[in-house]
Design a protein around this ligand. Structure first.
Ligand code: GDP
Ligand code: MG
Length: 174
């Protein structure tokens, strides 16, 4: 039997230094490399198989798109969105809330898969945002929510991306 192949475009959004690149690289390579170039966007191509089907996934790791004015273009381009904040930086959490509001305004309901990712959960001593706050925000916007640590483990990023891709795929089938 021939497998169906579908395409999923994922956009990773969030404040500078919240760990967007680290989370993406962790998901794709299972590795953590301390520093990434933060200049410019980066597009990764990736093929995944699950639930008996193959998806061609493109992941756009953005940088500073709010400032460079390309945010709306990115929002229109994607079907799935990972909004990242750092649990050690309240400002990044507020920025994540604004991004979720923007997604809600610009995308028709039920047309986008969205996950909220609280990154850097390994830095417990420096935590500024409780897990409950992330949970609450995700309930408000009806999106998924995970706390992850790109630095510490692959498990969280893998779980979060798989759940996001699964939702994106189910929306594409509607
Ligand atoms: P981006 O600008 O959102 O792409 O953020 P980066 O991925 O470049 O990460 C910004 C900084 O945070 C870098 O110094 C990373 O090494 C660090 N970082 C990223 N994720 C984590 C994490 O889970 N835990 C810790 N402790 N540091 C992290
Ligand atoms: Mg980056």
């Amino acid at each position: 039997m021939k497998m169906t192949v579908n395409r999923i475009r994922v956009v990773v959004l969030g404040s500078p230094r919240s760990g967007k690149s680290a989370v993406v690289v962790r998901y794709l390579t299972k590795r953590y490399i301390g520093e990434y170039s933060s200049t410019g966007d980066f597009l990764y191509q990736h093929r995944v198989a699950f639930d008996g089907a193959v998806s061609e996934v493109e992941i756009l790791d953005t940088s500073n798109c709010a400032i460079r004015g390309c945010l709306l273009d990115h929002v229109r381009w994607g079907e799935a969105f990972a909004v990242v904040y750092s649990v050690c930086e309240r400002r990044s959490f507020l920025a994540a809330a604004e991004l979720l509001a923007l997604l809600e305004r610009t995308r028709l309901p039920g047309c986008a898969a969205v996950t909220l990712l609280g990154n850097k959960r390994d830095l417990e001593h420096a935590r500024e945002v409780h897990a409950e706050e992330g949970q609450e925000l995700s309930l408000r916007f009806g999106c998924q929510f995970y706390e992850v640590s790109a630095a510490e483990s692959s498990a969280g990023a893998a779980l979060a991306f798989h759940a996001l891709l699964r939702e994106a795929r189910s929306l594409a089938l509607l």
